[in-house]
Design a protein around this ligand. Structure first.
Ligand code: PLP
Length: 288
């Protein structure tokens, strides 16, 4: 039986209930995180907890737990789900909403306790670290229609959901988004990297993209191996003419993309730089 955590207690996931007056439900007024774990070892835990704290701070929601307390909660949740979740790869979803108040009003209510919810779920296995065996992605592109605060990992995900749905309808795995200057922002649930004329490029951190923890680990891992990543604007034309394109996220790690809008990237095969990147990532992912 899947076990969840809700407002201080562990309980069967199917029994977990919150009020429809919760601001997370009414306004999407909350922050979430997904912490990936492999054989119960979290990847990028410090980064995920820092981003959770930054997001809550940006929304003026009190972080109800210290980093140590979050870490204990994650470990406990994994332990309580160890029979249910035999998968090697497990994600821990954490959500903190502003809380419940019996009046619907836009302004923040004073002094209400946040709603804290967490559950664990099996995720797909990470990509095979072999360019001849890994399954590559095929994606579409669209103009980014989301809000101006994409750096906040808000539970208001409708913009991302609508973009993702277009890729699903097209029978693809993701959608890469670009702004009104035709600069790449990110994908609906991943960050984007490209190899352009031999240089690894990823869009810079700003309000247009989520500061991905996997993005950060990829940049730091490659740097440890002496390979630089340029954080600079990347145009749609550069992306389409790139030698390689990758997507990064906690659940997908570093996913190679070989088709964009039904056209091959370079020769349509997974590239040699991806091979280096996934090897660096796997070497250091538990340390960074
Ligand atoms: C919009 C968006 N960008 C990027 C990412 C990748 O972030 P991370 O590497 O921290 O999983 C995600 C992950 O959910 C996301 O939703």
């Amino acid at each position: 039986m899947a076990v969840a955590f809700l407002n201080g207690e562990f309980l069967p996931l199917e029994k977990a209930r919150i009020s429809p007056m919760d601001r997370g439900f009414l306004f999407g007024d909350g922050i979430y995180e997904v912490v990936p774990t492999l054989a119960t070892r979290p990847v990028g835990l410090r980064g995920h907890l820092e981003r959770l704290d930054n997001g809550l701070c940006a929304l003026g929601i009190h972080n109800p737990k210290s980093a140590d307390q979050w870490e204990t909660l994650i470990a406990e949740l994994l332990r309580k789900n160890s029979e249910e979740l035999v998968s090697h790869s497990v994600g821990v979803y954490i959500q903190v909403s502003r809380g419940t108040v019996m009046q619907r009003a836009h302004g923040f209510p004073d002094n209400i306790p946040p709603t804290v919810f967490a559950f664990a779920f099996a995720t797909a296995a990470p990509p095979l670290p072999d360019r001849s065996k890994v399954t590559p992605f095929s994606v579409i592109t669209e103009q980014d229609r989301r809000w101006q605060r994409c750096n906040i990992k808000s539970t208001s995900l409708l913009g991302n959901v609508l973009h993702f749905q277009q890729s699903k309808i097209a029978g693809k795995q993701e959608v890469i988004l670009y702004n009104d200057k035709e600069q790449i922002t990110e994908a609906s649930a991943c960050n984007v990297f490209a190899v352009v004329q031999g240089h690894i490029v990823t869009p810079p951190l700003d309000h247009q993209i989520l500061p991905g923890i996997t993005r950060d680990i990829v940049i730091k891992s490659l740097s440890r191996d002496g390979i630089a990543v340029e954080e600079r604007p990347l145009t749609l034309a550069e992306l389409k003419g790139a030698d390689e394109v990758w997507l990064t996220s906690s659940s997908k790690e570093v996913a190679p993309v070989t088709y964009v809008d039904d056209k091959p990237i370079a020769n349509g095969e997974v590239g040699a730089v991806w091979q280096q990147a996934i090897e660096s990532f796997n070497r250091y992912k538990f340390d960074l």
